[in-house]
Ligand binder design. Structure first.
Ligand code: ZN
Length: 227
């Protein structure tokens, strides 16, 4: 590696390590489950959480660097057991710079029923541009999880997918954006679940979803500075 490339890897190690604190802060994970990864800019590499390490011990040095086939390039620990799924996404979605996986409770409860979360909140229209879709049942060990994620997200505006009987995979242009999508996915999964207990949530008209999404994605906040 040249110095520049080594620096990019070092930076992404620190970024990915630090982002894991959001998974615990937002109560999205139990024990060592859940993981964040980030693509190294301009390199066919990504940085991912090691397998089975306590969240308190997830330092930058503990992160694992893999190529886009999921093979370890640098790191002393074994990578996350979800590495093949992350690698498949990076290989097939050049626009994706970060991937997050959680078994967050409310979203996974929708996944357990195989039910998409309907777009019944303006926050959902803003962030997801419609429903949060459900992907197929897939067992860890080959490309089937990654393929199911990529195929389900194709043609959707949602950056998150509920893999049936499993949990959430979220993507974004950066690892931070993917973490945000995972946090927001759990937040709306909880609220829509609560609404369901009290009655029938009211759908938002497709034209209003479009307007909300366009406004939020292009004009909300510090325009051009969001990540
Ligand atoms: Zn999982």
């Amino acid at each position: 590696m040249t110095t520049t490339h080594a620096d990019a890897v070092t930076t992404m190690r620190a970024t990915v390590a630090a982002l894991h604190q959001h998974l615990t802060a937002y109560n999205l994970v139990a024990w060592t489950s859940g993981n964040v990864s980030g693509r190294v800019p301009d390199r066919d590499l990504f940085v991912i959480k090691p397998s089975g390490v306590d969240y308190a011990d997830l330092t930058a040095d503990a992160m694992v660097v893999c190529d886009l086939d999921g093979a370890v390039v640098d790191g002393e620990l074994d990578p996350s057991s979800d590495t093949a799924a992350h690698a498949y996404i990076y290989r097939n979605r050049p626009d994706v710079g970060g991937v997050v996986h959680t078994h967050s409770s409310y979203a996974s409860a929708w996944a357990a029923r195989g039910e998409a979360i309907p777009c019944v909140l303006t926050a959902m229209a803003d962030e997801f541009g419609g429903e949060i879709p459900v992907g197929p049942f897939a067992i860890i060990g080959d490309d089937s999880i990654g393929r199911g994620i990529v195929q389900t997200l194709e043609g959707q505006r949602s950056p998150a997918v509920l893999m049936r009987n499993h949990g959430v995979f979220a993507v974004g242009p950066t690892p931070r954006a993917a973490v945000k999508a995972a946090v927001m996915c759990e937040d709306v999964a909880r609220t829509v679940h609560l609404a369901r207990q009290l009655g029938t949530p009211i759908p938002i008209a497709a034209s209003d979803v479009d307007r909300l999404y366009e406004r939020y994605q292009n004009r909300y906040g510090q325009a051009g500075r969001r990540s």
